[in-house]
Design a protein around this ligand. Structure first.
Ligand SMILES: *Cc1c(COP(=O)(O)O)cnc(C)c1O
Length: 385
């Protein structure tokens, strides 16, 4: 079976993890800070804070920016549910901004209109979470300028986009955001099995992220409310969580990071071949902006509207021929849980139209030419015969 995505673990990755297993530290040792520095350095951000998943990074990022009951957070309906759930964890309300049909990313036009309406109704969001779908950055400069006008903070959900660039800078540099979050789940660009990272350029934000990921506890004297009682002493200053990354995960992530550029180059190579060879098929590609270098976490194509073969039929046909394709994503607002909060079909028409047309075809760095040829051939049979 050809999967839609898969990790690539080398002997060097395995050795890096084994070395940690034999060391004194399985958690809270030197590898996590080393991984954090390496990611901050790669992304040209000042700071990075590792967590045990992108979901927990999104949660502490919202908390660090002060999201709580009575606040609104806005994100894209075409994302994994974690992009929206993080607001609800904080007791805040979630709302969505419809997508741009060409890129699948948050529409800046829809955002501008929604902000204007929200300003009139006095219900502006505290935080906006743009999601870089498939590895292509959103139009961050426009989103940032809009957010500045209304004093709104920004968290980039870059779970798909480590190794990507926007306006010649690495995604994660936070030039147009407060915090950027990455995921190292095995299906993403590089993996630490489970794991996440938040980058930022603000020392106070970093401190907040670090404290929240570890029970709200500090052992730094300068943060304590009274003199230390002794070497065992620590203080809990707020309600935090155990969202720490282990040393094993950090070692794997660090080792994988060495091949990040190679992975992204290979993904781009495979994507370019898809782009050329699928152009004759009755499908559309997600439009790529000249401002962006995508890390191509996913290769998403869209079937023409009302085409004789629907997405369900196509995905089943491909599976019968040993190819796993997928669909990213079911619009979040149509999930039963979100519908129970009052969202309904028709709320975000572009996201819903996209859902009827999109499919994700296989793309991963170890994909061979034979595998890619097979995907292209089977797609051709299904769509063109
Ligand atoms: C994978 C993903 C997440 C969650 O990542 P985890 O590391 O599995 O918690 C969040 N947002 C998006 C867009 C994702 O693709």
């Amino acid at each position: 079976m050809i999967p839609y995505g898969r990790q690539d673990i080398s002997q060097q990755d395995i050795d890096a993890v084994l070395e940690v297993l034999k060391s004194d530290w399985l958690t809270q040792g030197p590898k996590v800070p080393e991984f954090e520095h390496a990611i901050a350095n790669y992304c040209q951000a000042t700071y990075a804070c590792a967590t045990n998943s992108a979901t927990s990074a999104l949660h502490v990022a919202c908390l660090a920016l002060g999201v709580g009951p009575g606040d609104y957070v806005w994100t894209s309906p075409i994302s994994f549910v974690a992009s929206a759930n993080c607001a609800l964890y904080c007791g805040a309300q979630i709302d969505f901004v419809d997508i741009d049909l060409d890129t699948g990313n948050m529409s800046t036009e829809a955002l501008a209109i929604k902000l204007e309406q929200a300003a009139q109704q006095d219900c502006l969001p505290k935080v906006i979470i743009p999601v870089h779908l498939a590895g292509q950055s959103c139009d961050m400069e426009t989103i940032y300028n809009l957010a500045q006008r209304y004093n709104i903070r920004i968290i980039e959900d870059a779970s798909h986009a480590i190794g990507a660039k926007y306006k010649n800078k690495p995604v994660g540099c936070c030039e147009f955001s407060d915090i950027t979050v990455f995921s190292f789940h095995p299906v993403k660009i590089i993996t630490s099995a489970e794991g996440g990272m938040a980058t930022c350029n603000d020392a106070a934000l970093l401190k907040s992220l670090q404290r929240l990921r570890s029970h709200g506890i500090t052992n730094k004297q300068e943060e304590m409310t009274e003199p230390s009682h002794g070497p065992w002493y620590y203080q809990q200053l707020e309600l935090g969580y155990n969202y720490r990354m282990t040393e094993l995960q950090a070692a794997l992530g660090l080792s994988q990071l060495q091949r990040l550029d190679e992975f992204v180059a290979r993904r781009n190579q495979l994507a370019a071949i898809y782009y050329t060879r699928l152009s004759e098929f009755p499908i559309e590609h997600l439009q790529q902006s000249e401002d962006c270098l995508s890390s191509y976490h996913l290769y998403i194509v869209k079937l023409q509207e009302n085409f004789k073969v629907g997405h369900n039929q196509l995905i089943c046909l491909l599976r019968e021929h040993g190819i796993t394709s997928h669909l990213h994503y079911i619009p979040i607002h149509l999930q039963p849980f979100y519908q129970s909060m009052g969202f309904k079909a028709g709320d975000f028409p572009n996201a819903e139209a996209y859902y009827q047309q999109a499919i994700t075809i296989p793309l991963y760095p170890t994909m061979t030419s034979e595998e890619q040829n097979k995907v292209i051939a089977e797609l051709g049979k299904a769509l063109c015969d």
